[in-house]
Design a protein around this ligand. Structure first.
Ligand SMILES: *Cc1c(COP(=O)(O)O)cnc(C)c1O
Length: 246
């Protein structure tokens, strides 16, 4: 149903783009986790992506993850070595789906969700390393903790810091995630990614002994800029799988 050759070719192109970007930035491509965003595509596409070597998959809706992961595991077995990333906003009433099916969560943005997730995880005995999603532009339509003025605004900074301080062993915070603003020139995208990295650096200084924070930023159109600004996880859909229908 899905042509592995086409996916293999696109993956090679994405990999070349990653390599070129890491070389320019003086970084190693090994430092980048490519999250292949399979949202809206059926499980068969994830199977074809697995066949060409992709191992990190991203879903933005917990319901879809809760269907697709078991379907893929039915075909490959649970020990296939796939890491499932939930990359989209989570409503607290859906926390159970995330706790049961996600391996990494990229969009932690509220204490309430953190509490719900931690309770669900304590019950099912899983753990869910998570990124705190931050919103650097302050656009109300964007998800994430508002840190649009974090450099000046101690309240904004402290809201993020508290998410890290309050993190529990079942829900450890491993980094920050952000989405670039829409329809802006590349300089503005770069500025957003840079400020996200600087915020992570500030947090690392505030919480000595904390491991270096990962940075989930960059998608099909802007992942080179994100890599240049320190991204460790890029979330790529269209460049691997083509345009989504819905
Ligand atoms: C869909 C999605 C992506 C991937 O976007 P592409 O433009 O297809 O690469 C990345 N991150 C999130 C949160 C998404 O919802």
């Amino acid at each position: 149903m899905f042509d592995p050759h086409l996916i293999r070719e696109r993956y090679a192109t994405v990999y070349e783009r990653i390599s070129a970007a890491t070389t320019r930035a003086g970084r190693s491509a090994d430092g980048i986790t490519l999250v292949a965003v399979t949202k809206t595509w059926p499980a068969e596409l994830a199977l074809a992506a697995y066949e060409v070597g992709l191992r990190d998959f991203g879903e933005n809706r917990p319901e879809e993850l809760a269907e697709k992961r078991p379907a893929v595991e039915a075909a490959l077995g649970p020990e296939a070595g796939i890491t499932w990333h939930l990359i989209g906003t989570l409503q607290s009433r859906k926390s159970r789906l995330a706790a049961d099916h996600a391996d990494v969560f990229h969009a932690l943005e509220r204490e309430k969700i953190a509490r719900r997730l931690a309770a669900d995880l304590a019950e099912n005995g899983r753990m869910l390393p998570s990124f705190v999603e931050v919103n650097l532009s302050g656009e109300a339509t964007k998800s994430g903790l508002n840190v649009s003025r974090w450099e000046e605004d101690a309240t904004q900074r402290d809201a993020v810091r508290r998410m890290l301080v309050d993190a529990t062993p079942v829900l450890p915070v491993i980094g920050l995630m952000t989405m670039a603003p829409w329809d802006v020139p590349p300089e503005d995208i770069r500025a957003a990614f840079r400020r996200c990295r600087q915020l992570a650096e500030w947090l690392a200084g505030e919480l000595p002994g904390a491991p270096r924070l990962a940075l989930s930023m960059g998608m099909t159109d802007d992942f080179e800029i994100a890599i240049d600004e320190g991204a460790t996880h890029i979330r790529v859909g269209r460049a691997l799988f083509g345009e989504r229908e819905k």
